[in-house]
Structure formats: C-alpha cells, structure tokens
Design a protein around this ligand. Sequence first.
Ligand SMILES: *Cc1c(COP(=O)(O)O)cnc(C)c1O
Length: 482
Amino acid sequence: MSNIKFYQGENLPLEMHKVSIVQKLNLIPVEDRVKAIQEAGSNTFLLRNRDVFLDMLTDSGVNAMSDRQLAAMMVADDSYAGSETYYRLESKIKEIFGKDFFLPAHQGRACENIISQVFIKPGSVIPMNYHFTTTKSHITVNGGRVEEVFMDEALNIKSNHPFKGNIDIDKLVALIEEVGADNIPFIRMEAGTNLIGGQPFSLENMRQVRKVCDEYGTMLVLDASLLQDNLYFIKVREESCRDMSIREITREISDLSDIIYFSARKLGAARGGGICTSRPELADSMREMVPLYEGFLTYGGMSVREMEAISVGLEETMDMNVIDQGPQFIAHMVKELEQRGIPVVTPPGGLGCHVDAMEFVDHIPQEQYPAGALTAAIYIAGGIRGMERGTMSEQRDEDGNETLSNMELVRLALPRRVFTLSQVQYAVDRISWLYENRRLIEGLTFVEEPKVLRFFFGRLAPVSDWQIKLAQKFREDFGDSL
Ligand SMILES: *Cc1c(COP(=O)(O)O)cnc(C)c1O
C-alpha cells in the first residue's frame, strides 16, 4: 500500500521505542503441538500458554505497556469510593473526547451489557457497519436484532478500498424507512471493524451517518475499542484529514457520537472499559447499572492500577509514533504473505493479519469450519495461536441450523509493540509451508457445543487423522527442527 507511511525508504517498519522488559518463550516439538491441540479440542482458546510460541490470538489486554504506564500504576490511589485515580481518568476522558460524563466498567462487553439493557427493547433493531461477537449476543439477549448495513466492498477479500468499515448510507436509510425510526434506539458504528479484518471507517462516512441520525432522531453509539487503528487510517488514508492532528480527529469523531464505549483492553493498552457521553439524561439512565453489575461509580470493576494505566495509555494513543506501530507491522506481514500467493484480507487493516480460509482450504465445506481447521493447522505448523473468525464464531439459529459466516478468516493478531519483525517473518514462513501442504488439512466437527459464544469453549475433533499426518509431513520437510 503506497499510502502507508514507513520511516525507511526500504519499506521496513521502524519501531519508535526500545524494549526493556522481555518474557521467555517456548517452542515445543511438532508432535507435542499435535497433542496439545487435540487436548484443547482443536480450539485455540483452550490451549495453554506454555504450549504456545507466538500468541496471536488477540490484541485484548496483551498490548505492551509503556514505562510511563507502569510508573503511573505505582501511584494509584486505592479506595472504594472517591479515588483520585478515578478523577484523573475522568478528566483525561473529558480532555480527549470532550465528554463530561464517564461510567467505568470492567471491560468492553460490560459496557455493551449496560447499553443494551438500558436502550434495547424486544423488537428493537440496531443498524451497524458490522457486528462484534459479544455485541450481537447482548443485543439478542435483550430481544433486539442486529442489521448490518456495510458497503458491498466490505466483504471483498481482495480490495484496495481504504475504508471497508464504512456504513452504506443508502442501505441505512432504506432500513430505517422499512422498520421505522421508532424501533431504532441507536445506530452503532464500530471503529476498526473487528470481524471483517480490522477495517476502518472514514470520518466523512461518520459525518454522513450523523446526518441520518439527526434526520430521523436516533442516537449514534460508537464502539471505540479499536479506535486507535481507525485514527491512524483516517490520518494516512483520508486526503481531507491529512492536516488534522490525531487529537483533532478524535475530537470530531467524539462530537459526532452521542455515546462512546470502549474496551480498554485495546484502547488505552491496559485492562478495563468505560462509557462516556455529554448528555446528562443518557448518563443518568445508565448510571445505576454500574454499581449493580460492575462496582462503585469510581472504579466500575477495574483495579485502580489499571485505571492509571488507561489514563496514560489514552494520552499515548494521541501520538502517531505510538499508534503507527501496529498497522505498519500488519501491512508488512500482509505484503509478505501476498508475495507468497497466500490469500489475505486487503488492504491491510488494524488489529492483525487476516488469512482467508475460504480460499486457503477451499476443499473444506463451511459446515466443517474451514477457518477453525486452518487455525488448528497454523498452530501445528508453528506453535502460532490465531483465532477462528468464521462460522464457528457464529451461533446456530432458533431451529438449530448453522449460520454460515460471510467470511471464513483466521485472525493472526499482532498485539501492539509485542512481537519483533523476525517473529513476524517466522510466522510468514511457517504459513507458506502450510500453504504448500494445504491439501493435507481437513475439517473439524463439534463434540461439545455450547449454545452461546460456542467458539470460546466449544470442543471439536478433526474429521480424520489429518493433524497427525500434517505433523509427519512437517518432520519430513524440517528434519530435527522444532
Ligand atoms: C474486544 C471488543 C469488544 C469487547 O471488549 P472486551 O473488553 O473484550 O469485553 C467489543 N467491541 C469490539 C469492537 C472489540 O474489539
């Protein structure tokens, strides 16, 4: 992508930080990896860390923290009520987002629980660019329905559209006309749309969505969990925003939103979450849910140390030298995989690199979870833990039928500032070996299938002994190497 800025002429991303604390990693032999993945029911969520070499499962709560964040954690003011730490976070939120009211929550889905319980009634329809797993569950549990109004381009794996996370305004208006504005408590926009490959929306698109909200008298709720990457992409890909600072872009996005919620496991690089708004009546309607589900209003289930880290993390998010590391590493990984003919989602997004399992293992039917099978195979090939983002991550409909996903992706998350470029290169090499041997990969079938969020703790089995055969081929090709 020519419009992504690299510091070097050589197309290599350059880190603007040094590493001062490291953690030892293990790489167990391929035979042990097969054992580990089988014990985990072929579900990478159930692997134990000691068996994982590169943990690319998620960017949630595992981004590297800065020296300043760690220092701030040491001066946290611990008390049940009225802690100074809370007021520091509240004022940082006010400074960055310009929102007067802040409700703390222990993580992003806790915010979704509060917002869904307060605003969604049976029959409510929530239009959005794309759903996220926990979002959809909270909306459905409260009797609402998710309607995605993404642009057609959003699902094209091979694309050079810079903003695949945009809402299609015509589809949005048609939907509102069809179901009636009274049934739409809010429109939800997700920054850095997680499930379609960390793809951003443009500031211009958000302005248009706001106009629609004003016309029909409905609210705009922003899921800002992945805002950090979205800010970067607006800055480098949206011509008219080139001269805006990250702070200015953030403020305009916030001004367009009635409510913002976020997972601070991502935004702010710590662990926690929160909801903010500048409308007192909205804050009032949600406030009592905080002590009910989270904890007192000045901690909301978070430790004060994490709150201090979030305050600093939010400030650091306003620094282009901090937020460009993730997207630049991802762009590098996507380019390297593409050069080897491996199908990946383009243009590169935030959060991680997304391998297209629908094409990689096009011989596996969707009912046998191609993305799940490929995720297990990538672990066997390199001790690399990715996450299935396809049919396994959906849930069955009321009649028990599979909801086949629009996309079958393996997400290889690059937690921010955690991996080195040589580790990324290792992942590229192992995945390209796997691509040459892709016909050895076969499907999976559930042996234990929870009804809700089955991808988290469901257990599956390979439909044949393909995992063992894959390890044997690995041994033939790599000799004694791990
Ligand atoms: C992670 C995430 C959430 C949920 O946040 P948690 O802190 O994991 O509960 C919600 N929305 C998006 C877009 C996310 O990426």
